[in-house]
Design a protein. Sequence first.
Length: 82
Amino acid sequence: RMPAATVAAAKDILLVLLSNVVKNPGDAKYRTIKRGNPKIHEKIGRHPECVAMLKAAGFVESAETWDLPMSASLKQVQAVHD
């Protein structure tokens, strides 16, 4: 189980990432999350619960990134965000 401070930090990052997609649905830069980014790895990448939330929003995991396909439902992203 994740400590409360870790959950809060992860939630903040996830909300920013998902909000960016909802606000800018056609902008590809918000649809790719680099797994090697130290901040991303520390806050969400090393926590299976957070990765599960990204996948629930429609992100697809690859070796270096999580990508949200242009065909992904924004309703799904919004639902996870909410």
